[in-house]
Design a binder for this molecule. Structure first.
Ligand SMILES: Nc1ncnc2c1ncn2[C@@H]1O[C@H](COP(=O)(O)OP(=O)(O)OP(=O)(O)O)[C@@H](O)[C@H]1O
Ligand SMILES: [Mg+2]
Length: 540
């Protein structure tokens, strides 16, 4: 087997044995280089890096033992095969091996023994080399595997974080949903009461001749109106009010509000607007959006001492992932940013809850952010708060972009006072509201029929054909939409006006198409206007 890559350095000052060894090894296929002295051996070891140095112990300059020590120290990968005369003792051999030699042969050496010893050392060298390479790649493999594991671990952590965020968002959404149902229900009943209270007080006020009585009625009316504002806020939160959503130029809306905002904020606070150019129209109820921005600005004002700065920023944002509670898509973003006190995590977690407030009694009702939340969600958008204690707060309302920018305008017709003779059928399960509406319509000159349920209404229809149906949308048993559908089968052209404080407008539209809706509590003249508009449309 030739060993072309393996150079053997044969070191011996005596020519005959050196020659014999070279010859043997050359025959066996090895490349052999010779050296006569210790120093020459060291020089050639450095230059040629032989695989094996065949080293005679007795040399003219430095001893073979010393040469062996130096070689093993400087080039540990070179194997040293020490040879010596017959007369050396076992102790000499031990010294040789301990000095660094890898193997030891005593002269005279049998050619076959020499070749076998050299081959054995080369095998050893190969095995060592393999082991070294294995070690190296092992380390590399361990490193790769460790990196893989670290990456997997990081991915897992990120997934856990995302999952926690999603879970928290879900819990928050469920909580808001539950509170929304509750407040919506309460607000609905409360609205019925207020409608009756407001309507009756209004009529007392109109009839009172005693100025003292007028003043009392005035006070009661104002208190009831405050109550009605409160229920409006609750309804906004519970997303059960009827929104007049339409394409809105948000920048124009904010510019139009700046006087109002400056007045509400006071001179100590600076208001800055950063409105994006070419902002698409957003889908919103402009009145409600104004209210929401005003709420946010007032919150910002309350969170700041003097010299505060409030910035209102509009921008267009793209959401690619399902984020918070917003679906992917293009949105118009309105952010109200302050450099005030910020919110602690506890406050932040509850900020949207209705009636959650940190303000002293009489200063806040805790309905501002609930209302903002409801307004945005009902319009198909979302709200998020970023806040840090001591740093400030940013509340962002995201609204869906509206593709068509045409505006829907409301028609308003003044009620015709005087003698009218149309017939109106009123269906409402709430007796107070029913009586109030009936009385008021009679006063206006309408012939009025009252029904407490859908069934009762159908009965009345067997005898009369009204000019208009006024129906409460949310009633136990058959709701207003079902009643309307049944009546429409009999009288397909009959104009219908719904009123409700609690209207699932999509259910309403599904049942009877786009139907006019009057929101409770309504003022008597609002009712009159709405009825007159519908009757005029019907006769036109
Ligand atoms: N910009 C803000 N900076 C710091 N805290 C805020 C900010 N906005 C709201 N908060 C905190 O969230 C709470 C709830 O706000 P929310 O607007 O719902 O109610 P409110 O301002 O207390 O009362 P209301 O708006 O009904 O008058 C506040 O009491 C306040 O603790
Ligand atoms: Mg507020």
């Amino acid at each position: 087997m030739p060993h072309r890559d393996s150079i053997i350095l044969n070191v011996d000052d005596e020519e005959a044995p050196r020659y014999a060894k070279t010859r043997t090894l050359t025959h066996a296929g090895f490349t052999v280089v010779e050296a006569n002295t210790g120093y020459e051996a060291l020089r050639k070891s450095e230059d040629l890096q032989p695989s094996i140095v065949l080293l005679d112990v007795k040399l003219p300059d430095i001893s073979g033992l010393e040469v062996s020590g130096i070689i093993k120290q400087r080039w540990p990968h070179i194997f040293v095969l020490q040879t010596s005369a017959t007369f050396v003792t076992g102790a000499d051999r031990t010294r040789g091996l301990e000095g660094g030699a890898d193997s030891y042969l005593t002269q005279p050496i049998e050619p076959a023994e020499l070749v076998a010893a050299v081959r054995a050392l080369l095998r050893l060298r190969d095995a060592e080399e393999k082991l070294r390479r294995l070690n190296e790649t092992l380390e590399q493999r361990v490193q790769e595997r460790t990196a893989d594991l670290a990456a997997a671990n990081a991915r897992l952590r990120e997934e856990i974080k995302q999952r926690r965020r999603a879970e928290a968002a879900l819990v928050q959404a469920q909580k808001m949903e539950a509170i929304g149902h509750l407040t919506g229900g309460i607000a609905h009943d409360f609205n019925n009461l207020l409608t009756a209270v407001l309507g009756n007080i209004d009529r007392i006020r109109a009839r009172a001749v005693d100025p003292k009585l007028t003043r009392l009625a005035e006070n009661a009316f104002m208190a009831a109106e405050r109550g009605s504002k409160l229920t409006a806020q609750l309804l906004a939160f519970s997303r059960t009010q009827k929104l007049a959503t339409q394409p809105v130029d948000v920048n124009a809306l904010i510019r139009g509000m700046s006087d109002l905002l400056n007045q509400s904020l006071g001179p100590a606070i600076t208001l800055t607007l950063q409105l994006a150019e070419n902002l698409p129209h957003a889908l919103a109820d402009p009145n409600q959006l104004e209210l929401a921005i005003l709420n946010l600005a007032i919150n910002a004002r309350d969170a700041m001492t003097n010299d505060g700065v409030i910035t209102i920023v509009t921008s267009q944002v793209q959401i690619t992932l399902h984020e918070d509670d917003a679906l992917p898509g293009s949105y118009v973003n309105v952010a109200v940013i302050d450099n005030g006190s910020g919110m602690s995590p506890d406050v932040l977690a509850r900020a949207f809850d209705p009636f959650f407030t940190t303000k002293p009694a009489g200063k806040g009702t805790g309905l501002g952010l609930s209302q903002v939340y409801g307004i945005a969600r009902q319009a198909g958008g979302s709200v998020r708060i970023d806040s840090e204690v001591g740093q400030g707060t940013r509340v962002s309302i995201r609204l869906c972009e509206s593709s068509d920018a045409e505006k829907i305008t409301a028609v308003e017709v003044a009620p015709q006072a005087g003698v009218v003779s149309e017939t109106i059928l009123v269906v409402d399960d709430d007796a107070d509201v029913r009586t109030l509406v009936g009385d008021y319509l009679s006063e206006l000159g309408y012939r009025t029929y009252l029904a407490g349920s859908g069934e009762a209404a159908m009965k009345i229809l067997e005898d009369i054909t009204p000019d208009l149906l006024l129906a409460d949308f949310a009633m136990p048993g058959h709701n207003g939409a079902e009643v309307a559908r049944a009546i429409r089968q009999k009288l397909p052209k009959l104009p219908i006006l719904f009123f409700s404080g609690y209207a699932d407008t999509s259910a309403l539209e599904a049942a009877v198409g786009k139907a006019p809706l009057l929101r409770k509590p309504f003022r008597p003249n609002e009712l009159a206007t709405a009825i007159r508009t519908l009757l005029n449309q019907g006769s036109a």
